[in-house]
Design a protein around this ligand. Structure first.
Ligand code: COI
Length: 358
């Protein structure tokens, strides 16, 4: 399918952020976006890149009522050499399609998706920030647009991609975060939608996050829904726990998001000879390991958060400070090496980096 491009008039371009240290996350959007419509029986049509604008939606659009909506999170990086890189884009594209299947929504041709991404990013390439740790965050999203109030899989959809220059996801940057273990609320249960990027997962997480903030914590550590015992994820990211010399991360058992960064951390750590086991430790095991002095590091991994150290966990009335509240060695090494691959600083033995420009 041909992608039509309607460029913004030069006089209508938005001012670019001047101070890249103040970018924050997700507040500024580039000049253009990609959209494409779907109608059952017709398929995908009207692929276009056009000036960023509000969407026009019927108030009965099904995404607004029943949450038939999902998204992806990716980044484009400005390399030290000035080139533009993506990181394992096909993984996100395939994950978007598995979200589509789970939510009875149409899949998108992988090649068309990648082409749309590349064209949009190259058109808005001046929006890619240059300082270390910054990137152009990419948010592909699909929403059900059929106007109907009966609960059924919609027959009309809109797919769009927006771009947003970002800095660190957490306001404290790469400093260790304090996390709150939620006993009351859960993120997902096997058989539900925790293993896809359903928008509703994030709405459901807000109350626990609010409670975490009120207690001075940055994020929530989620326990499994059935026993409220085993760790699942942290905030909007996957979680890794280093106990002794073994790096643990919960297996993809149905309620865990198959994170692209999670997969990269596992592969990278294993390539260094670190023993990585896909097993979910219980919160009691973590507290006990802390007591015995064998809990060495905890970190979160995700596209937005990259690799983000956890410095303290608050569970009931117990507060565990991890590694003296400092960034652990393995966390720091993974963070650096992943960034070096993403920004084209180092060789990429894994073949993860994709140069899209020039
Ligand atoms: C990402 O890491 O890209 C995510 O999707 C998390 C997001 C909700 C900020």
């Amino acid at each position: 399918m041909e992608i039509k491009i309607k460029e913004i008039l030069p006089g209508e371009k938005k001012p670019k952020p001047k101070d890249e240290s103040k970018l924050g996350f997700g507040k500024i959007f580039s000049d253009h976006f990609f959209t494409m419509e779907y109608k059952e029986g017709v398929g995908w049509r009207n692929a276009s890149i056009e000036p960023y604008r509000p969407l026009i939606l019927d108030p009965a659009a099904m995404c607004l009522h029943y949450g038939q909506e999902f998204f992806e999170g990716m980044k484009a990086y400005r390399g030290k050499d000035g080139a533009i890189y993506l990181f394992r884009p096909m993984e996100n594209i395939r994950r978007m399609n598995s979200s589509a299947e789970r939510l009875c929504s149409p899949v998108i041709d992988e090649e068309l998706f990648l082409e749309a991404l590349k064209k949009l990013i190259i058109l808005d390439k001046d929006w890619i920030p240059k300082s270390e740790g910054t990137a152009l965050y990419i948010r592909p999203t699909m929403i059900a647009t059929e106007a109907a109030l009966g609960v059924h899989p919609a027959d009309e959809f809109l797919f769009f991609i927006i771009l947003c220059p970002v800095g660190a996801y957490y306001p404290q940057g790469f400093s260790p975060t304090k996390i709150y273990v939620s006993e009351e609320h859960v993120r997902a249960v096997r058989g539900g939608v925790g293993n896809i990027k359903a928008a509703g997962n994030y709405a459901a997480s807000l109350l626990a996050s609010k409670k975490a903030s009120a207690l001075g914590c940055t994020q929530v550590l989620w326990l499994d829904a059935l026993e409220r015992k085993y760790v699942e994820e942290v905030g909007t990211s996957n979680i890794f726990i280093l106990i002794g010399d073994e790096l643990l991360t919960p297996p993809l058992s149905g309620s865990i998001l198959p994170g692209v960064t999670r997969d990269s951390v596992i592969a990278m750590a294993r390539s260094w000879g670190v023993k990585v086991t896909e097993r979910a430790p219980s919160i009691d095991e973590i507290i006990m390991a802390h007591g015995k002095g064998t809990l060495k590091e905890i970190f979160a991994s995700g596209t937005a958060a990259i690799v983000s150290p956890v410095g303290q966990i608050c569970y009931k009335d117990i507060e565990c400070v991890i590694g003296g509240g400092k960034v652990g060695k393995l966390t720091e090494r993974l963070y650096r090496e992943i960034l070096d691959i993403q920004y084209g600083v180092k060789n990429d033995p894994f073949g993860w980096r994709v140069k899209i420009y020039p």
